[in-house]
Design a protein around this ligand. Structure first.
Ligand code: SF4
Ligand code: SF4
Length: 479
């Protein structure tokens, strides 16, 4: 057992949440609704700014043009991903795999160092949820006003506020869904065709599907995604140790908690700690937990409770930092080790996978050749004898120009036997074009051995002879 591991507590949530009165006890009670109070502070402005940059990038990137086409276009139908000057084909699967491995190790490294900050600051679920909560607050008011509104009987004003909130949620979900689908199909025509009812079936279906998913996730599911569905919440504890920075409450300093007057300066003599039990840290928490209960897997490290508590501490004239990003070692008065085996290990693996990715990218050739013996053209047999007595094999050379520039290719074959080439020796391909070219090879049986002859087809860039791709094949010279 690694005794450096810290325990994640799964504490029943006992936060002060508003629950509309139920007329009778139901077996399947609805979940308590969390009314999140807005808060200002260092971490919240950092989170908002990061969310803004993330959202701006997400919305602008598909509109950027490069060489006359959409710079980022993940065209699933044509099986090619354009990312500025780079075009990835299904054959480049390893490059995509390296990108996922890098993302995974970057997440492990950041989590081991600073807990779930990805969740709190940049995860799309959090970014969209905070935007939806912003709409909710602007239309329905503060936390207390929203609770009062929900408790009030239905009226025209209540209906108008609720309807406007849902309209804004749906409109924003539709906008971001169109942008998202615009990464997979040209974004300009998608917008025009969607609003003129000329978009294709699959485009419309995708846009509506992602609109409903966004609306459901950020409007209704919210913290349920983070606490019950997202697998990362479950396995994060494997990356935590006692030197991981997480949001934590300083129990030694805060307890015993209890209300007191601001003028009360001898509260310590009464056995009270610095926590005045104002519950603000709970009211601002988007996942509805009380961080004073200890580290819980629901915590997304967003820092909202830190800002709320620092504000309270400042008003009371106490030092800030009762809740802070800290480590378990720090809280116990011990030294936090930044450079530790686990973190160094994740970092080294991250460097290695980044290096492997760069090497893979550098060695990648913008040409692809696949040679197939075409038995169909010779009635299903491996070869045929021509009227002039030659033995002939037919092949299909499948070529892909994976670059975005046109290219002229010289076709050739290497063999120990004097093979005659029948077919084109030069092929021009546009950027991103793939083409199958049939060629035949013929051999005079009197000038060569019979049986199986190993040959090698090559395609060479006419403008850059160093760029050559070849593939081995077989010539059947009969028995
Ligand atoms: S406990 Fe604090 S840091 Fe964790 S989710 Fe709640 S508000 Fe964010
Ligand atoms: S915000 Fe600070 S003072 Fe208020 S209840 Fe939370 S920990 Fe205690």
């Amino acid at each position: 057992m690694d005794n450096n591991r810290i325990d994640i507590k799964n504490i029943p949530v006992s936060v002060e949440t508003y629950k509309p009165e139920q007329s009778s006890q139901t077996k399947y009670a609805s979940r308590d609704r969390i009314y999140v109070r807005s808060v200002k502070g260092l971490h919240q402005s950092l989170r908002r700014n990061m969310g803004f940059v993330f959202m701006a990038l997400f919305m602008l990137l598909p509109w950027i043009q490069y060489n006359g086409t959409q710079a980022i276009l993940l065209n699933i139908g044509e099986q090619k991903f354009n990312i500025f000057a780079l075009t990835l084909w299904p054959q480049d699967f390893t490059i995509l795999a390296w990108i996922f491995v890098i993302a995974a190790y970057a997440l492990f490294f950041v989590t081991a160092f600073y807990g779930r900050v990805w969740c709190g600051y940049l995860c799309p679920q959090s970014v969209w949820t905070f935007i939806f909560m912003w709409f909710e607050e602007k239309i329905q008011g503060s936390r207390n006003q929203r609770m009062t509104l929900d408790k009030a009987p239905w009226s025209l004003s209540k209906f108008a506020k609720k309807a406007l909130t849902h309209f804004c949620w749906l409109a924003f979900a539709l906008l971001t869904s169109l942008i998202f689908v615009g990464y997979f199909t040209p974004v300009g025509p998608l917008f025009i065709n969607f609003f003129t009812f000329e978009a294709g079936f699959w485009a419309v279906l995708s846009v509506l599907f992602f609109t409903l998913c966004t609306y459901g996730n950020a409007g209704w599911m919210r913290e349920i995604m983070c606490t019950h569905i997202c697998p990362y919440a479950r396995f994060q504890s494997a990356m935590f140790d006692k030197d991981t920075f997480t949001v934590a409450y300083d129990e030694q300093r805060g307890e015993n908690r209890g209300p007191r007057s601001r003028k009360d300066t001898d509260y310590k003599a009464q056995g009270l700690g610095d926590c005045i039990d104002c519950n603000l840290c709970v009211h601002v928490c988007p996942t509805g937990i009380d961080i004073r209960n200890g580290l819980q897997y629901e915590c997304i490290n967003c820092g909202a409770c830190i800002d709320a508590c620092d504000d309270t501490m400042t008003k009371m004239g106490y030092p800030t930092g009762l809740i802070s990003y800290t480590t378990e070692h720090n809280l116990k008065g011990q030294k936090t080790r930044i450079f530790r085996g686990k973190l160094i290990g994740y970092f080294l693996v991250l460097v290695l996978v980044c290096a492997a990715f760069v090497i893979n990218l550098a060695l990648r050739k913008p040409l692809e050749l696949d040679v197939m013996l075409d038995r169909g053209s010779v009635g299903g047999s491996l070869y045929r004898e021509t009227a002039s007595g030659l033995i002939e094999n037919t092949y299909r050379l499948a070529m892909i120009n994976k670059s975005q520039q046109p290219i002229t290719l010289l076709l050739s074959v290497d063999s120990a036997e004097p093979l005659q080439w029948i077919g084109p020796t030069e092929v021009s391909l546009a950027g991103g074009e793939s083409r199958d070219v049939p060629v035949s090879l013929a051999l005079d049986p009197n000038e060569a051995n019979r049986g199986r002859i190993i040959i090698r087809f090559s395609i060479t860039d006419q403008a850059n002879p160093a760029l050559t791709v070849s593939q081995e094949s077989t010539f059947f010279a009969g028995r």
